[in-house]
Ligand binder design. Structure first.
Ligand code: ATP
Ligand code: MG
Length: 289
């Protein structure tokens, strides 16, 4: 399976929000990382075919998704960034209603609802009104909804927002297992959410995808650019005005500052082992403007 974005552009009024997105995705997990307002949700809504681009097209196995039409939409599971719940719906009502909208056969829907409620840890909460769920529980209900019909293309807009650390781990395991022969795209601004599970990570800033690489490739790209510099707290106040700092740790009465720099930033700087978070900061600070 292949999904190919060809030069997708989108504006709201006179503001261009997507400035020519061209990427090709196959099966596996794709992470879409970007700051607030980068255009992730806009790209996702176009991919889910709930929003039309102004220019460009998306090809599903070589065919324009608008020609594939209902057949394409039937292959999609979509978790929007903001899900509205009818206030008198229970969790079960919401999933049954979603299953009906997807045209799922009743017995099959019932089976899937039980399975998914267990995998997202809501089996004891389905009879409660979902408007009374916590934010994290609503997110998990939304994830179950997106997975209901075993979609070939699963699109999740900020699936982990509001999830506690245990639920985050559980979510990663569900997605890893699910993605074997399917395409999963998830957007987030939290690097650690995609670091372990995404085979490819797109970095998006203001309507442009700067890069699409594996986590290992990003880390390799950062070789020789991440440094540890010790300084006092007073020095740090001044230093942070001009440096790109990815972390600060207290160490023996001093500050150990993790700095992203093309060359040695201070005489006492030592090189550090880079990670994906460093690459994210590097790309958005040096290339993003
Ligand atoms: N319906 C709309 N009308 C006008 N402007 C919009 C609309 N939707 C989004 N925008 C603007 O488009 C830009 C991209 O928004 P988008 O929601 O795609 O970003 P995002 O990367 O998903 O951000 P976030 O991380 O905050 O969810 C923002 O500047 C936003 O204000
Ligand atoms: Mg968004």
């Amino acid at each position: 399976m292949e999904l190919q974005f060809e030069d997708i552009e989108k504006s709201y009024k006179d503001k261009k929000v997507l400035k020519g997105i061209s990427v090709t995705m196959g099966t596996g997990v794709y992470g879409l990382l970007g700051l607030n307002g980068a255009g992730k949700t806009t790209m996702i809504r176009i991919m889910a075919d709930v929003l039309r681009p102004d220019k460009g097209r998306i090809l599903y196995n070589g065919r324009d998704i608008h020609d594939v039409g209902d057949e394409y939409r039937a292959k999609i599971g979509y978790l929007p960034q903001d899900v509205g719940f009818y206030s008198d719906f229970t969790g079960r009502d919401y999933l049954e209603y979603s299953a009906a909208l997807k045209g799922m056969e009743k017995a099959y829907a019932k089976k899937r609802i039980e399975e998914l409620a267990c995998s997202v840890g809501l089996q004891d909460d389905l009879k409660r009104h979902c408007s009374a769920y916590s934010g994290g529980m609503q997110r998990r209900l939304g994830i179950a909804q997106a997975l209901l019909d075993n979609p070939e293309i699963l699109i999740l807009d900020e699936p982990t927002s509001g999830l506690d650390p245990f639920e985050r781990i559980k979510f990663r395991n569900i997605i890893s297992a699910y993605s074997k022969d399917r395409l999963v795209l998830l957007s987030t601004h939290i690097v650690s959410d995609v670091e372990q599970i995404a085979a490819q990570i797109m970095m998006m800033e203001y309507g442009v995808i700067h890069h699409m690489h594996s986590s290992e490739e990003y880390v390799k790209m950062m070789a020789g650019k991440v440094w540890l510099v010790e300084m006092s707290a007073e020095e740090l106040v001044e230093y942070q005005k001009q440096a790109v700092i990815s972390n600060v740790a207290a160490k023996d009465g001093l500050m150990e500052v993790r700095v992203i720099a093309e060359s040695r930033p201070a005489d006492n700087a030592v090189q550090a082992v880079p990670n994906l978070e460093d690459a994210y900061l590097y790309i958005f600070n040096f290339h993003g403007q």
